[in-house]
Design a binder for this molecule. Structure first.
Ligand code: NAD
Length: 396
Protein backbone atom coordinates (compact mmCIF):
# COMPACT_ATOMS: atom_id res chain seq x y z
CA UNK A 1 0.00 0.00 0.00
CA UNK A 2 0.97 3.66 -0.33
CA UNK A 3 1.56 4.90 3.21
CA UNK A 4 0.90 8.58 3.89
CA UNK A 5 0.79 10.42 7.22
CA UNK A 6 -2.68 10.73 8.74
CA UNK A 7 -2.54 13.08 11.68
CA UNK A 8 -5.01 14.62 14.05
CA UNK A 9 -3.50 17.15 16.45
CA UNK A 10 -0.51 15.55 18.10
CA UNK A 11 -1.42 12.04 16.98
CA UNK A 12 -0.35 10.38 13.74
CA UNK A 13 -2.26 7.16 13.12
CA UNK A 14 -0.03 5.80 10.36
CA UNK A 15 3.68 4.99 10.28
CA UNK A 16 6.09 4.16 7.49
CA UNK A 17 8.24 1.03 8.00
CA UNK A 18 11.12 2.11 5.77
CA UNK A 19 11.18 5.64 7.14
CA UNK A 20 11.24 4.32 10.73
CA UNK A 21 14.02 1.89 9.79
CA UNK A 22 16.01 4.76 8.27
CA UNK A 23 15.60 6.84 11.46
CA UNK A 24 16.83 3.92 13.57
CA UNK A 25 19.75 3.35 11.22
CA UNK A 26 20.74 7.02 11.52
CA UNK A 27 20.88 6.64 15.32
CA UNK A 28 22.86 3.39 15.05
CA UNK A 29 25.38 5.07 12.71
CA UNK A 30 25.77 7.99 15.10
CA UNK A 31 26.63 5.69 18.00
CA UNK A 32 28.97 3.58 15.87
CA UNK A 33 30.86 6.74 14.88
CA UNK A 34 31.63 7.50 18.55
CA UNK A 35 34.17 5.85 20.88
CA UNK A 36 33.00 2.55 22.42
CA UNK A 37 31.64 2.61 25.98
CA UNK A 38 32.89 0.31 28.72
CA UNK A 39 29.35 -0.21 29.93
CA UNK A 40 26.64 -2.73 30.76
CA UNK A 41 26.55 -6.29 29.36
CA UNK A 42 22.85 -7.18 29.64
CA UNK A 43 20.23 -4.45 29.57
CA UNK A 44 16.48 -4.35 30.16
CA UNK A 45 14.74 -1.30 28.66
CA UNK A 46 11.14 -0.76 29.76
CA UNK A 47 9.55 1.61 27.21
CA UNK A 48 12.08 0.72 24.51
CA UNK A 49 10.42 1.46 21.18
CA UNK A 50 10.54 5.24 20.74
CA UNK A 51 12.14 8.39 22.16
CA UNK A 52 14.60 8.14 25.02
CA UNK A 53 14.05 4.42 25.65
CA UNK A 54 14.85 3.47 22.04
CA UNK A 55 17.95 5.69 22.10
CA UNK A 56 19.05 4.06 25.38
CA UNK A 57 18.68 0.64 23.79
CA UNK A 58 20.67 1.68 20.72
CA UNK A 59 23.49 3.13 22.86
CA UNK A 60 23.54 -0.05 24.98
CA UNK A 61 23.92 -2.35 21.98
CA UNK A 62 25.97 -0.29 19.55
CA UNK A 63 27.96 1.78 22.07
CA UNK A 64 28.62 -0.86 24.73
CA UNK A 65 27.99 -4.09 22.78
CA UNK A 66 25.29 -5.13 25.27
CA UNK A 67 22.52 -7.69 24.83
CA UNK A 68 19.10 -6.12 25.34
CA UNK A 69 15.51 -6.96 26.14
CA UNK A 70 13.02 -4.28 25.09
CA UNK A 71 9.52 -4.01 26.59
CA UNK A 72 7.00 -1.80 24.81
CA UNK A 73 3.35 -1.33 23.98
CA UNK A 74 3.07 -1.29 20.19
CA UNK A 75 0.78 -2.72 17.59
CA UNK A 76 1.48 -4.85 14.52
CA UNK A 77 -0.11 -3.95 11.18
CA UNK A 78 -3.61 -5.25 10.69
CA UNK A 79 -5.61 -5.08 7.47
CA UNK A 80 -5.51 -1.52 6.18
CA UNK A 81 -3.86 -0.24 9.38
CA UNK A 82 -0.10 0.19 9.54
CA UNK A 83 1.84 -0.93 12.61
CA UNK A 84 2.77 1.78 15.12
CA UNK A 85 6.10 3.57 14.75
CA UNK A 86 7.56 1.77 17.78
CA UNK A 87 6.84 -1.57 16.14
CA UNK A 88 8.75 -0.63 12.99
CA UNK A 89 11.56 0.97 15.04
CA UNK A 90 11.95 -2.20 17.08
CA UNK A 91 11.93 -4.45 14.02
CA UNK A 92 14.73 -2.33 12.52
CA UNK A 93 16.64 -2.26 15.80
CA UNK A 94 16.48 -6.04 16.22
CA UNK A 95 17.63 -6.62 12.65
CA UNK A 96 20.59 -4.26 13.14
CA UNK A 97 21.46 -5.85 16.51
CA UNK A 98 21.42 -9.33 15.03
CA UNK A 99 23.61 -8.16 12.10
CA UNK A 100 26.05 -6.78 14.69
CA UNK A 101 26.09 -10.05 16.65
CA UNK A 102 24.46 -8.82 19.87
CA UNK A 103 21.43 -10.54 21.30
CA UNK A 104 18.11 -8.67 21.44
CA UNK A 105 14.62 -9.75 22.42
CA UNK A 106 11.29 -7.96 22.50
CA UNK A 107 8.23 -8.35 24.68
CA UNK A 108 5.17 -6.46 23.51
CA UNK A 109 2.60 -5.82 26.21
CA UNK A 110 1.64 -3.77 29.23
CA UNK A 111 4.76 -3.11 31.32
CA UNK A 112 2.52 -2.18 34.27
CA UNK A 113 1.16 -5.73 34.52
CA UNK A 114 2.54 -8.60 36.62
CA UNK A 115 2.20 -10.85 33.59
CA UNK A 116 4.72 -8.90 31.52
CA UNK A 117 7.14 -8.62 34.45
CA UNK A 118 6.98 -12.40 34.91
CA UNK A 119 7.52 -12.90 31.18
CA UNK A 120 10.57 -10.63 31.25
CA UNK A 121 12.01 -12.52 34.24
CA UNK A 122 11.57 -15.87 32.45
CA UNK A 123 13.23 -14.47 29.34
CA UNK A 124 16.18 -13.05 31.31
CA UNK A 125 16.68 -16.41 33.02
CA UNK A 126 16.49 -18.33 29.77
CA UNK A 127 18.63 -16.10 27.56
CA UNK A 128 20.78 -13.70 29.55
CA UNK A 129 21.06 -15.02 33.10
CA UNK A 130 21.14 -11.62 34.81
CA UNK A 131 20.63 -7.97 33.94
CA UNK A 132 23.12 -5.27 34.96
CA UNK A 133 21.20 -2.21 33.74
CA UNK A 134 17.47 -1.47 33.89
CA UNK A 135 16.33 1.61 31.95
CA UNK A 136 12.82 2.72 32.86
CA UNK A 137 11.48 5.00 30.09
CA UNK A 138 7.73 4.44 30.03
CA UNK A 139 5.51 7.39 29.09
CA UNK A 140 1.85 6.49 29.12
CA UNK A 141 -1.53 8.15 29.47
CA UNK A 142 -2.96 5.26 31.52
CA UNK A 143 -2.04 2.52 33.97
CA UNK A 144 -4.01 -0.34 35.43
CA UNK A 145 -2.75 -1.21 38.91
CA UNK A 146 -1.69 -4.87 39.04
CA UNK A 147 -2.97 -5.40 42.59
CA UNK A 148 -6.11 -3.27 42.91
CA UNK A 149 -7.17 -3.38 39.25
CA UNK A 150 -7.90 0.38 39.30
CA UNK A 151 -7.21 2.13 36.01
CA UNK A 152 -5.62 5.56 36.40
CA UNK A 153 -5.44 8.31 33.75
CA UNK A 154 -2.77 10.97 33.76
CA UNK A 155 -3.52 14.61 33.00
CA UNK A 156 -1.21 17.52 32.22
CA UNK A 157 -2.64 20.32 34.30
CA UNK A 158 -1.44 23.04 36.68
CA UNK A 159 -2.01 22.79 40.41
CA UNK A 160 -3.66 25.45 42.52
CA UNK A 161 -4.68 27.92 39.80
CA UNK A 162 -5.57 28.45 36.16
CA UNK A 163 -2.59 28.74 33.82
CA UNK A 164 -2.51 30.75 30.60
CA UNK A 165 0.39 30.95 28.18
CA UNK A 166 1.25 30.86 24.50
CA UNK A 167 0.93 27.65 22.59
CA UNK A 168 1.21 26.70 18.93
CA UNK A 169 -0.64 24.49 16.50
CA UNK A 170 2.49 23.02 14.93
CA UNK A 171 0.64 22.00 11.78
CA UNK A 172 -0.32 25.52 10.73
CA UNK A 173 1.80 27.83 12.91
CA UNK A 174 -1.11 29.44 14.70
CA UNK A 175 0.05 30.89 18.03
CA UNK A 176 -2.76 31.27 20.56
CA UNK A 177 -3.22 31.53 24.29
CA UNK A 178 -3.90 28.19 25.99
CA UNK A 179 -5.78 28.31 29.26
CA UNK A 180 -5.71 25.21 31.43
CA UNK A 181 -7.84 24.76 34.51
CA UNK A 182 -6.14 23.32 37.60
CA UNK A 183 -6.27 19.59 38.33
CA UNK A 184 -8.51 18.13 40.98
CA UNK A 185 -6.99 16.19 43.88
CA UNK A 186 -8.09 12.97 42.23
CA UNK A 187 -6.51 13.87 38.88
CA UNK A 188 -3.26 14.57 40.74
CA UNK A 189 -3.45 11.20 42.52
CA UNK A 190 -4.07 9.38 39.24
CA UNK A 191 -1.26 11.17 37.38
CA UNK A 192 1.21 10.21 40.12
CA UNK A 193 -0.02 6.62 39.90
CA UNK A 194 0.68 6.55 36.14
CA UNK A 195 3.89 8.56 35.79
CA UNK A 196 5.36 8.35 39.32
CA UNK A 197 7.77 5.73 40.60
CA UNK A 198 5.55 2.90 41.85
CA UNK A 199 5.85 0.73 38.76
CA UNK A 200 9.62 1.28 38.53
CA UNK A 201 9.90 0.13 42.14
CA UNK A 202 7.77 -2.93 41.33
CA UNK A 203 10.05 -3.85 38.42
CA UNK A 204 13.19 -3.65 40.55
CA UNK A 205 11.59 -5.52 43.48
CA UNK A 206 10.43 -8.35 41.24
CA UNK A 207 13.71 -8.60 39.30
CA UNK A 208 15.64 -8.65 42.58
CA UNK A 209 13.36 -11.22 44.21
CA UNK A 210 13.73 -13.48 41.16
CA UNK A 211 17.53 -13.25 41.37
CA UNK A 212 17.90 -11.90 37.83
CA UNK A 213 19.38 -8.53 38.83
CA UNK A 214 23.18 -8.77 38.88
CA UNK A 215 25.29 -7.63 41.84
CA UNK A 216 26.19 -3.97 41.30
CA UNK A 217 23.34 -3.41 38.83
CA UNK A 218 22.36 0.12 37.80
CA UNK A 219 18.89 1.45 37.12
CA UNK A 220 17.91 4.79 35.61
CA UNK A 221 14.62 6.57 34.86
CA UNK A 222 14.07 9.88 33.07
CA UNK A 223 12.71 13.22 34.18
CA UNK A 224 12.38 16.79 33.00
CA UNK A 225 12.64 20.18 34.72
CA UNK A 226 12.73 22.87 32.02
CA UNK A 227 12.32 26.65 32.11
CA UNK A 228 10.11 28.94 34.17
CA UNK A 229 7.83 29.40 31.11
CA UNK A 230 6.59 25.82 31.39
CA UNK A 231 6.81 25.33 35.16
CA UNK A 232 3.12 25.93 35.90
CA UNK A 233 2.01 23.26 33.42
CA UNK A 234 4.95 20.89 33.78
CA UNK A 235 7.27 20.92 36.76
CA UNK A 236 4.86 22.57 39.24
CA UNK A 237 1.84 20.77 37.75
CA UNK A 238 0.50 17.24 37.89
CA UNK A 239 3.29 15.71 35.81
CA UNK A 240 5.95 17.45 37.93
CA UNK A 241 4.35 15.95 41.04
CA UNK A 242 4.65 12.54 39.39
CA UNK A 243 8.31 13.30 38.60
CA UNK A 244 8.88 14.25 42.26
CA UNK A 245 7.55 10.81 43.14
CA UNK A 246 9.83 9.19 40.53
CA UNK A 247 12.82 11.06 41.97
CA UNK A 248 11.94 10.00 45.52
CA UNK A 249 11.72 6.42 44.23
CA UNK A 250 15.26 6.73 42.82
CA UNK A 251 16.52 7.65 46.29
CA UNK A 252 14.81 4.61 47.82
CA UNK A 253 16.04 2.31 45.07
CA UNK A 254 19.57 3.67 45.44
CA UNK A 255 19.57 2.64 49.11
CA UNK A 256 18.02 -0.72 48.24
CA UNK A 257 20.62 -1.53 45.56
CA UNK A 258 23.61 0.02 47.32
CA UNK A 259 23.90 -2.91 49.71
CA UNK A 260 24.93 -5.07 46.73
CA UNK A 261 27.04 -2.35 45.10
CA UNK A 262 24.25 -1.15 42.81
CA UNK A 263 22.91 2.32 41.99
CA UNK A 264 19.65 4.03 41.01
CA UNK A 265 19.40 7.42 39.30
CA UNK A 266 17.01 9.77 37.68
CA UNK A 267 18.52 11.54 34.69
CA UNK A 268 16.98 14.90 33.83
CA UNK A 269 16.95 15.01 30.04
CA UNK A 270 16.56 17.75 27.46
CA UNK A 271 13.18 18.76 25.98
CA UNK A 272 12.83 16.94 22.68
CA UNK A 273 10.20 16.16 20.07
CA UNK A 274 8.69 12.80 21.02
CA UNK A 275 5.18 11.40 20.91
CA UNK A 276 4.80 12.25 24.59
CA UNK A 277 6.14 15.81 24.59
CA UNK A 278 4.04 16.85 21.59
CA UNK A 279 0.92 16.24 23.69
CA UNK A 280 1.83 18.87 26.29
CA UNK A 281 0.43 22.38 25.70
CA UNK A 282 3.00 25.23 25.48
CA UNK A 283 5.93 22.75 25.26
CA UNK A 284 6.05 22.40 21.42
CA UNK A 285 6.38 26.19 21.09
CA UNK A 286 9.10 26.25 23.75
CA UNK A 287 10.93 23.40 21.99
CA UNK A 288 10.70 25.25 18.66
CA UNK A 289 12.24 28.38 20.19
CA UNK A 290 14.87 26.30 22.01
CA UNK A 291 15.86 24.30 18.91
CA UNK A 292 16.54 27.42 16.86
CA UNK A 293 18.75 28.93 19.55
CA UNK A 294 20.61 25.69 20.36
CA UNK A 295 21.16 24.92 16.66
CA UNK A 296 22.59 28.42 16.12
CA UNK A 297 24.71 27.94 19.21
CA UNK A 298 26.00 24.56 17.99
CA UNK A 299 24.80 22.75 21.13
CA UNK A 300 21.60 21.13 19.83
CA UNK A 301 21.16 17.42 20.60
CA UNK A 302 18.51 14.80 19.82
CA UNK A 303 17.60 11.67 21.83
CA UNK A 304 20.58 9.69 20.60
CA UNK A 305 23.16 12.40 21.34
CA UNK A 306 21.64 12.86 24.81
CA UNK A 307 21.71 9.13 25.59
CA UNK A 308 25.22 8.63 24.24
CA UNK A 309 26.40 11.44 26.54
CA UNK A 310 24.43 10.00 29.49
CA UNK A 311 26.06 6.59 29.10
CA UNK A 312 29.58 7.61 28.08
CA UNK A 313 30.09 10.59 30.38
CA UNK A 314 27.81 9.98 33.36
CA UNK A 315 26.58 6.43 33.98
CA UNK A 316 29.70 4.69 32.62
CA UNK A 317 32.13 7.62 32.35
CA UNK A 318 35.71 7.72 33.57
CA UNK A 319 34.67 9.50 36.76
CA UNK A 320 32.06 8.76 39.38
CA UNK A 321 28.55 9.67 38.14
CA UNK A 322 28.09 13.41 38.67
CA UNK A 323 24.80 14.51 40.24
CA UNK A 324 23.34 17.85 41.36
CA UNK A 325 22.45 18.81 44.93
CA UNK A 326 19.24 16.78 44.66
CA UNK A 327 21.08 13.68 43.48
CA UNK A 328 19.87 14.05 39.86
CA UNK A 329 21.97 13.48 36.75
CA UNK A 330 21.71 16.66 34.67
CA UNK A 331 22.07 15.81 31.01
CA UNK A 332 19.79 18.82 30.35
CA UNK A 333 22.83 20.97 31.22
CA UNK A 334 23.21 22.47 27.74
CA UNK A 335 19.50 23.37 27.53
CA UNK A 336 19.55 25.01 30.94
CA UNK A 337 22.60 27.29 30.57
CA UNK A 338 21.68 30.88 31.57
CA UNK A 339 22.63 32.18 28.08
CA UNK A 340 20.32 29.73 26.25
CA UNK A 341 17.47 30.30 28.69
CA UNK A 342 17.81 34.11 28.50
CA UNK A 343 17.71 33.92 24.70
CA UNK A 344 14.59 31.71 24.76
CA UNK A 345 12.86 34.05 27.23
CA UNK A 346 13.51 37.05 24.95
CA UNK A 347 12.16 35.25 21.89
CA UNK A 348 9.18 33.94 23.87
CA UNK A 349 7.93 37.47 24.52
CA UNK A 350 7.97 38.24 20.79
CA UNK A 351 6.45 35.05 19.32
CA UNK A 352 3.23 35.48 17.29
CA UNK A 353 1.54 33.67 14.41
CA UNK A 354 3.13 36.19 12.01
CA UNK A 355 6.75 35.63 13.06
CA UNK A 356 6.80 32.07 14.46
CA UNK A 357 8.61 30.57 11.46
CA UNK A 358 11.29 33.29 11.58
CA UNK A 359 11.87 33.42 15.32
CA UNK A 360 11.60 29.72 16.11
CA UNK A 361 12.39 26.39 14.46
CA UNK A 362 8.73 25.43 14.09
CA UNK A 363 9.41 24.00 10.63
CA UNK A 364 12.08 21.76 12.19
CA UNK A 365 9.67 20.76 14.97
CA UNK A 366 6.98 19.75 12.50
CA UNK A 367 9.46 17.79 10.37
CA UNK A 368 10.80 15.95 13.42
CA UNK A 369 7.25 15.17 14.53
CA UNK A 370 6.54 13.42 11.23
CA UNK A 371 9.95 11.73 11.31
CA UNK A 372 8.86 10.05 14.57
CA UNK A 373 6.44 8.11 12.37
CA UNK A 374 8.91 7.49 9.54
CA UNK A 375 7.72 10.34 7.30
CA UNK A 376 9.64 13.33 5.88
CA UNK A 377 12.79 11.23 5.87
CA UNK A 378 15.36 11.70 3.11
CA UNK A 379 15.87 8.82 0.71
CA UNK A 380 12.44 7.22 1.18
CA UNK A 381 10.05 6.97 -1.78
CA UNK A 382 6.68 7.73 -0.22
CA UNK A 383 4.87 7.05 -3.49
CA UNK A 384 6.19 3.46 -3.63
CA UNK A 385 4.02 0.48 -2.81
CA UNK A 386 5.12 -0.57 0.69
CA UNK A 387 4.32 -3.70 2.67
CA UNK A 388 3.10 -2.58 6.12
CA UNK A 389 3.51 -6.06 7.59
CA UNK A 390 6.92 -6.30 9.21
CA UNK A 391 8.01 -9.00 11.66
CA UNK A 392 10.05 -8.33 14.77
CA UNK A 393 12.76 -11.01 14.68
CA UNK A 394 12.94 -12.01 18.37
CA UNK A 395 9.46 -11.25 19.62
CA UNK A 396 8.62 -13.36 22.69
P1 NAD B 1 7.89 8.13 24.13
O1 NAD B 1 6.43 8.35 24.02
O2 NAD B 1 8.73 8.36 22.91
O3 NAD B 1 8.20 6.62 24.61
C1 NAD B 1 7.42 5.96 25.55
C2 NAD B 1 7.70 4.47 25.53
O4 NAD B 1 6.89 3.86 26.54
C3 NAD B 1 7.36 3.75 24.21
O5 NAD B 1 8.33 2.76 23.94
C4 NAD B 1 6.03 3.05 24.53
O6 NAD B 1 5.81 1.86 23.78
C5 NAD B 1 6.26 2.71 25.98
N1 NAD B 1 5.02 2.45 26.73
C6 NAD B 1 3.99 3.28 26.95
N2 NAD B 1 3.04 2.64 27.70
C7 NAD B 1 3.52 1.40 27.94
C8 NAD B 1 3.02 0.27 28.64
N3 NAD B 1 1.85 0.29 29.27
N4 NAD B 1 3.77 -0.85 28.64
C9 NAD B 1 4.96 -0.92 27.99
N5 NAD B 1 5.50 0.13 27.34
C10 NAD B 1 4.79 1.26 27.32
O7 NAD B 1 8.35 9.01 25.36
P2 NAD B 1 9.70 9.77 25.76
O8 NAD B 1 9.49 11.21 25.49
O9 NAD B 1 10.90 9.09 25.23
O10 NAD B 1 9.62 9.62 27.35
C11 NAD B 1 10.34 8.65 28.07
C12 NAD B 1 10.71 9.22 29.43
O11 NAD B 1 11.57 10.36 29.23
C13 NAD B 1 9.50 9.73 30.22
O12 NAD B 1 9.71 9.48 31.59
C14 NAD B 1 9.55 11.23 29.96
O13 NAD B 1 8.91 11.98 30.98
C15 NAD B 1 11.05 11.45 29.96
N6 NAD B 1 11.50 12.71 29.35
C16 NAD B 1 11.04 13.13 28.13
C17 NAD B 1 11.47 14.34 27.62
C18 NAD B 1 10.99 14.86 26.28
O14 NAD B 1 11.14 16.06 26.00
N7 NAD B 1 10.45 14.02 25.43
C19 NAD B 1 12.40 15.12 28.32
C20 NAD B 1 12.89 14.65 29.54
C21 NAD B 1 12.42 13.45 30.05
Amino acid sequence: MIIQPKSRGFICTTAHPEGCARQVQRQVEYVKSKPAIEGPRNVLVVGASTGYGLASRIVSSFGAGANTIGIYFDKAAEGARTASAGWYNSAAFEQAASDAGVKSYSIVGDAFSDEIKAKAIDLIRAELGQIDLVVYSVASPRRTHPVTGETFSSVIKPLGGTYTNKTVNFHNGEVTQATIEPATADELRQTIAVMGGEDWQMWIDQLQAAGVLAEGATTVAYSYIGPAITHAVYRDGTIGAAKNDLEATAKRLHEQLRTSGGRAYVSVNKALVTQSSSAIPVVPLYISALYKIMKENGTHEGCIEQMYRLFSERLYGPEETAVDEKGLIRIDDLEMTPEIQAAVATVWEQLTTENVYDLSDLAGYRREFFQLFGFETDGIDYEADTNPEVDIPNLR
